[in-house]
Write a protein that binds this ligand. Structure first.
Ligand code: 6PG
Length: 466
């Protein structure tokens, strides 16, 4: 038997991805060291008659049709390198290895160069949508050799999520373009999650919304312009009963958010590129602050904070919806701005309208808004920032007021809203024709003769300050 597609790593994601491949009439072979996982897949896939799995790497590789298409869904890091090494003795020229994990992009570049020297193609390909996405259709973000992509294109297009019939996968660019785009996808994901949690906090503390009301309002938002996966699952979360006690589960969950690093990498690399993404940076910092639970509880006892003034529920709901819309837009704007710059810096040749398109379904940051974002970048392929799109000006202009109101309310009432306020501050700064950084330049020149430029004449100046 020869199988069309091979997959290494039969955790939930891997198993679901293979079953999805088989549903789409391709045959697929899985590999894992763990025979329980191998048996589980064989059992689950037996009705399709297109799935098999093995714990023997040689048998696995030799069961695949050439050029072999082997996807890795294993944890990022050294495991990827050791899996590659274990495959190498059995591979032939032009075989394709696809890393579907959240690998760091420079690791992908290193692996691609290494495998190129052996005639093997290596693809870093983001896969988003969690376990359900892998089973029913993820958004897939492949980068690498364009010609080699054609080998796997029919399989990826078949298994990917569809938005109005269009597959949510596209060849994104050379080298680590796929991993890079997935990394920024995750940075945006961190930002949107932080913003959603702040709005939840406001509705609860200032609007006195209970979980049923929270469910209802998120559910209604999901039918409007905020329609998105993260709003949809939040609505579901507020309804979930605690199966271990009284009340709703959300109220029992410890307020310490974990992270696996992709948000942090997005921020670190944005700093390297010199691109501001404060809505994402703060989302990473908030996960770090959340982890300091014990210190927070101590500090909570040391300081008084105002008792939040209760707001009218209707007004609160209106402002919350507008502020969320405003801050979602500014967060996507920052992530896409980073992609545009990274594309130039690393030679990725990214097309932002295509990226927004393949994010419309399947992935964690899928949202109705992405249709408008994609249209804005289709209209102007050189658009440096979404905030400069004429189509977005009225959307942003009409919702910034509510954001100001809520940020001011949070400041006055001691409710931390760092995502909302960073989104607002980013907007205010990015749309300020004149910022006070002339003073910083003067200070730099004053204490260190670092020189400055002038608004009224060309050249570099230095002053002997009095
Ligand atoms: C996706 C997700 C996924 C990631 C989770 C968890 O697109 O399906 O981004 O790749 O693993 O979001 O990330 P953190 O553990 O860092 O929150």
């Amino acid at each position: 038997n020869t199988y069309d597609f091979g997959l290494i790593g039969l955790g939930v994601m891997g198993r679901n991805f293979i079953l999805n491949v088989a549903d789409n009439n391709f045959s697929a072979m899985g590999y894992d060291l763990d025979d329980e996982k191998v048996n589980a897949l064989i059992e689950e896939g037996k009705d399709t008659k297109r799935v098999n799995a093995s714990t023997d790497i040689q048998h696995f590789v030799q069961s695949l049709s050439q050029p072999r298409k082997i996807m890795l869904l294993v944890p990022a890091g050294k495991i990827v390198d050791s899996v590659i090494e274990s495959l190498l003795p059995y591979l032939d020229k032009n075989d394709l290895i696809i890393d579907g994990g959240n690998s760091f992009f420079t690791d992908t570049d290193r692996r691609e160069t290494y495998l190129q020297s052996k005639g093997i193609h290596f693809f870093g390909s983001g896969v988003s949508g969690g376990a359900k996405g892998a089973r029913r259709g993820p958004s897939i973000m492949p980068g690498g050799n364009k010609e080699a992509y054609k080998e796997v294109q029919p399989i990826f297009e078949a298994v990917s999520a569809k938005f109005k019939g269009e597959p949510c996968v596209a060849y994104l660019g050379p080298k680590s373009a796929g991993n890079y785009v997935k990394m920024v996808h995750n940075g945006i994901e961190y930002g949107l999650m932080q913003l959603t949690s702040e709005i939840y906090d406001l509705l609860k503390k200032a609007g006195k919304y209970n979980n049923d009301e929270l469910h209802a309002i998120f559910d209604s938002w999901n039918k409007g312009r905020l329609q998105s996966f993260l709003i949809e699952i939040s609505a579901e979360i507020f309804k979930q009963e605690d199966d271990k006690g009284e009340g709703r589960l959300v109220d029992k969950i410890l307020d310490k958010a974990k992270q696996k690093g992709t948000g942090k990498w997005t921020s670190q690399n944005a700093m390297d590129l010199g691109i501001p993404i404060p809505s994402i940076d703060i989302a990473v910092s908030m996960r770090e602050i959340s982890a300091l639970k014990e210190e927070r509880v101590l500090a909570d006892k040391l300081y008084n904070r105002p008792e939040p003034a209760i707001m009218d529920k209707k007004e609160m709901a209106k402002w919350a919806e507008e502020a969320l819309y405003f801050s979602f837009i500014t967060t996507y704007a920052q992530g896409l701005h980073q992609l545009a710059d990274a594309s130039k810096e690393y030679g990725y040749e990214l097309d932002l309208s295509v990226i927004a398109k393949i994010w419309r379904a399947g992935c964690i940051i899928r949202a109705g808004l992405l249709e408008d974002i994609s249209a804005a970048f289709t209209k102007d392929r050189q658009l440096p920032n979404l905030l400069l799109s004429p189509q977005f000006v009225p959307k942003v202009q009409s919702t910034v007021g509510a954001t100001r109101n809520l940020v001011a309310y949070g400041a006055k009432n001691g409710i931390p809203l760092p995502g909302l306020s960073n989104s607002l501050t980013y907007f205010d700064a990015y749309t300020s024709g004149r910022l006070p950084l002339n003073l910083i330049q003067a200070q730099r020149d004053h204490f260190g003769s670092h020189t400055y430029e002038r608004t009224d004449m060309e050249g570099i100046f230095h002053t002997e300050w009095e």
